[in-house]
Design a protein around this ligand. Structure first.
Ligand code: F6P
Length: 374
């Protein structure tokens, strides 16, 4: 796995699968794969409904100019996706279960029956872990990184992230006027299961006063202190962005389901923070959960370009017989990294990240008592 296998005969039919949660830019990858493949005389076949589409009775779409035209700016994935079912391997941070050998055998049988020579797997941490398992079982796989959370360590960024941050920024722009008009605390809960990138970038871009992220356990007393300090300084409203995976010091993340065969469904931290801030500050507070608005909608230009670059590079790796790799943005280049390295650790906001310093310079609080001066 992760070692170029040059078969000598170029792959002729490429399968594509989109797995895990959708992200703006998936269709741009699909389009790019089709275009780059057909220029080389290869066929591209899409599997429907995520990895489940690889199991009998498999569902596929033969990609052509008609069904890939005009999709570069369309959100979601024309192939459908799923983060449940037989291929759901992630159960928590750094925790995964192995794929059932019968499932791997079923996928291999489908690829053989359909004459698929290589499989491009587009996905986040979970789907790329599946891709790695398939690669270990001898399936010729190339990975394409995708997640709005931007938490894959081997790539500088993933498509979908920029679109999600734009949505958070727009939401804050809309919430700001109502917050100051009513002199309220406004809490915006955003996605970000293990990493706070969306909250950090969106919070800075949208002028938030408090940003709570999974990497920095918070104390609500410190957040309340920020609200009070702003009040004393004549700023009678406070904007708070909280990532769904953020948790208080010594506390648990807020989840709607328990982790079982798949990761827990997160949610509820926004309401918790809102209620507690009302109690601690005596100010009226409201909570908005942005949810899947961050994943839907049209991809930004940045995400379309990155997705397109990933798609064409993935086809080049297939052509060269470089399997067991993932395409990745590293500095000014799209490179290939072994799938095993791509899923080893998640990229979380490091303590010394420059944006934490920037935010603290502005007086933004992370709920850790280090920047309450207004
Ligand atoms: O991994 C991307 C992500 O958007 C997470 O931030 C979030 O926890 C999860 O997907 C939500 O998934 P679902 O669509 O199953 O609710």
């Amino acid at each position: 796995v992760g070692v170029p296998v040059r078969s000598g005969t170029a792959s002729r039919t490429i399968g594509i699968v989109t797995g895990g949660g959708d992200a703006p830019g998936l269709n741009a990858v699909i389009r790019a794969v089709h275009r780059a493949a057909s220029r080389r005389g290869m066929r591209a076949v899409g599997f429907c409904e995520g990895f489940e589409g690889l199991l009998h009775p498999e569902t596929t779409i033969a990609l052509d100019y008609a069904n890939t035209a005009g999709i570069i700016g369309r959100g979601g994935t024309i192939l459908g996706t799923s983060n449940r079912g037989s291929f759901a391997v992630k159960t928590g941070l750094g925790e995964a279960q192995s794929l059932d050998p019968a499932v791997i055998a079923g996928a291999r049988a489908t690829l053989a029956t359909l004459g698929i020579d290589a499989l491009i797997c587009i996905g986040g941490d979970g789907s790329l872990t599946v891709a790695l398992e398939l690669a270990k079982a001898g399936v010729p796989v190339v990975g394409v990184p995708k997640t709005i959370d931007n938490d894959l360590s081997a790539t500088d960024s993933t498509f979908g992230f920029d679109s999600a941050v734009s949505m958070v920024t727009e939401a804050l722009d809309r919430l700001h006027p109502t917050a100051y008009s009513h002199r309220r605390v406004m809490v915006l809960e955003v996605m970000g299961r293990h990493a706070g990138w969306i909250a950090l970038y969106g919070g800075i871009a949208g002028g938030s006063d408090v940003i709570l992220i999974p990497e920095i356990p918070f104390e609500l007393a410190c957040v309340a202190e920020t609200v009070r300090a702003r009040e004393e300084a004549g700023r009678h409203f406070t904007m708070v962005v909280v990532a769904e995976g953020a948790a208080p010091v010594g506390g648990e993340v807020s989840a709607r389901t328990r982790p079982q065969d798949r990761e827990a469904r997160l949610g509820g931290i926004g309401e918790r923070v809102t209620g507690e801030l009302e109690r601690l500050t005596g100010k009226e507070a409201r909570c908005v959960v942005l949810g899947h608005l961050q994943r839907g909608g049209t991809p930004t230009a940045t995400d379309r370009v990155l997705a397109t670059a990933f798609g064409t590079t993935a086809v080049r790796l297939v052509e060269q017989g470089c399997f067991g790799f993932m395409v990745a943005l590293q500095g000014p280049a799209i490179r290939m990294v072994p799938l095993a390295d791509a899923v080893r650790t998640l990229r979380r906001v490091p303590e010394d990240h420059y944006l934490l310093t920037v935010a603290r310079e502005l007086g933004i609080s992370f709920g850790d008592g280090r920047s309450t001066k207004q």
